[in-house]
Design a protein around this ligand. Sequence first.
Ligand code: PLP
Length: 385
Amino acid sequence: MPQYQGAIKSKLPKVGTTIFTVMSRLANEQNAINLSQGFPDFESSAELSELVNQAMKKGMNQYAPMAGLMSLREAIAQKTYNLYGANYHPETEITVTAGATQAIYTAIAAMVGEGDEVIIFTPAYDCYEPAIELNGGKAVFVQLHAPDYKVNWEQVKKLINQRTKMIIINTPHNPTGTVLKEADMLALEKLVSNTDIVLISDEVYEHIIFDGLQHQSAAKYPGLAERSFIISSFGKTFHNTGWKVGYCIAPENLMTEFRKAHQFIVFCVNHPVQHALAEYLKNEQHYLQLNNFYQQKRDLFLELIKESRFEVIPSSGTYFQLLSYKNISNQADTDFAIELTEKNKVASIPVSVFYHHKVDEKVLRFCVAKKAETLEKAAEILNNV
Ligand SMILES: Cc1ncc(COP(=O)(O)O)c(C=O)c1O
């Protein structure tokens, strides 16, 4: 195709091919075990797939309602009430989205404008910053550091000013696997009280939390809930990241603005999948057993690599495990990750890529949402590094 001859003023000049694409491509080329990108290598439930099939056969194949199927919104309202004691009205306060990514983009598009500042904690999931920039906002970074990646709320307080429009939190946290505690939520609640700051609480790993810890949803804290877009993802919960269905819950006045943007960004979301999810959510064990399921995977991986020279950075949630290689090499983490893929045949993600300032603390992220045999093969390699 002949190239476009006009001038292009990129709205995202710094964005290139992401490391996820690079590492996955490299893993394929090198025939390496791919623990880089965050998705399971096992199947989603056959029962759930059958429910999608039935919905398609029953003719649920046209546009769904703009805000989502009412039966699914009701199921989300019930789940949120049961787990966090918070009442969200399915009619006005819950919207089904094309995965969490669209929900995050939509909340930012609805709330952030030219010159607004948004505080994000790095390392951070990669979609926040470009969404802020595309909408004319400015990301303001709080750096968290290995090994505990704790938030210093006094530091956050110093960054708040008249332009601060939004703060984005993420618990359980990708890429570090850390979780916010009750004290963190209370500190944040105090910080934002008497301000106009709104929050995105990215809770896509709400059902993947270990060692008996409780997920601290923003929904549990009235001073946070009143100003939060709380976002979750069925792809993470039901092992079908490719279906791209998630949701956002927020108080009515915030949700009204969210839907104004939602209807022109996507209008509505995959109809048969929504039918199936509404049905599948009736059995709460389908999500309540997930903590155990993934804790077993994390524990297996840690047991298998316990003799290795990698140092474990504790993971309390998500399906990621960080390992430090500071006792093995002082190479840059991107170089070390590439070498590990090319030479040893295990792909991971270097944590520096999740920082705006590319902070390199010699840490790699491994995805443990894999079959036992995949984890065993990977561990055997890691033990010989
Ligand atoms: C923290 C975080 N938020 C959002 C998403 C996006 O979720 P979805 O696949 O539902 O768009 C991911 C996916 O990796 C994630 O890790």
